[in-house]
Design a protein. Structure first.
Length: 320
């Protein structure tokens, strides 16, 4: 058999353009720059240390497993490990001890990604898996949110509850206006505080064709359905907590999200419904991470029953 007749197979993600996987990852990294800048502006040196430790631990873990366990060439060039490290950091409090941050990054890469075979084989989003692992293992540290210190100054060690936590506990009647929520001058994880930065990143991803609008839009629609039923202001849910960060950068992950547009819409709609339901009636004030991971598990089923007709088993049986 000649070389031209060999069928080359590879795991997802399959990007049917001239763009490479590493190129797509770099676009996502570029889209994260506004959120990273806001994290550094509000939380200062602790945010920088968290970003560096998480990224370094993620890349070192992938390099070591690839070289010593899998006996394969290094895969750091695809930038996926770096992206996982940054996304994990943006889901953490800036004041988190360095060793907890490193443990989360190691778990995200070693267990959620490399244990399944590496990029394209993992079932669950690695960064969110690492975050949930830390939330379960170190709940006190993971819910101690430092208050921002604008101006690239170091955080002063003062912590406070997030807006969603205060609303869940009925501890506040003062709702920040939309401008305050957009600017991000409030407590929370490093990447969820500044909604405007995430929106800028989303516009960039759409403009470059890196992601489609279907999943984020469907998430907002699912959230709106529950908020309408519960009588809760939708704009507060959209601009607070991790909804925008998750909708734009986590739920749209190529590997763990559905392949078809109809599948994306169903996937996003259910993420929005689950997130809003946890926020309104669950014990946690935030539910985005759990909702995305639950729907990651449902993605193979969605792909099976919502794939294009030309790939459907029923069509093959009818034409046989």
């Amino acid at each position: 058999m000649s070389t031209s007749q060999v069928l080359h197979l590879s795991p997802s993600p399959h990007i049917h353009t001239r763009r490479t996987t590493s190129g797509a990852m770099r676009h996502v990294l570029a889209a994260l720059l506004p959120a990273v800048g806001c994290a550094l502006y509000y939380f200062g040196l602790p945010a920088l240390l968290t970003l560096v430790i998480s990224s370094a631990a993620a890349m070192l873990t992938e390099w070591a497993i690839t070289l010593f366990l899998l006996k394969r060439p290094s895969t750091l060039g695809d930038c996926s490990a770096l992206l996982t490290g940054i996304l994990l950091a943006l889901n953490l409090p800036a004041s988190l001890p360095w060793w907890i941050t490193a443990a989360g990054a190691v778990f995200a890469i070693a267990i959620a990604k490399m244990a399944f075979g590496g990029l394209g084989c993992n079932i669950f989003n690695p960064a969110l898996t690492g975050r949930v692992f830390l939330l379960i293992s170190f709940p006190a540290a993971m819910t101690a949110w430092p208050l921002p210190t604008p101006g690239f100054g170091d955080a002063d060690g003062v912590t406070g509850a997030t807006l969603l936590s205060q609303l869940k506990e009925s501890a506040t009647d003062i709702i920040p206006d939309a401008t305050s929520l957009l600017s991000g001058n409030m407590g929370g994880s490093m990447g969820e505080t500044c909604a405007a930065a995430i929106i800028i990143g989303f516009i960039y991803l759409i403009a470059t064709g890196t992601v489609r609008w279907h999943i984020p839009a469907a998430i907002v629609a699912g959230m709106a359905l529950i908020d309408l039923f519960a009588g809760f202001p939708l704009w507060i849910d959209l601009l607070s907590g991790g909804l925008l960060l998750g909708a734009v950068f986590m739920a749209t992950d190529y590997v763990t999200s559905p392949m078809t547009r109809s599948g994306m819409l169903l996937y996003g709609l259910l993420i929005g419904i689950i997130t809003a339901s946890i926020r309104r009636w669950g014990i946690y004030p935030e539910g985005m991470s759990f909702a995305i991971l639950i729907m990651n598990g449902a993605t193979p089923l969605i792909n099976r029953y919502m794939r294009p007709t030309r790939f459907s088993p029923r069509r093959k049986e009818a034409t046989a």
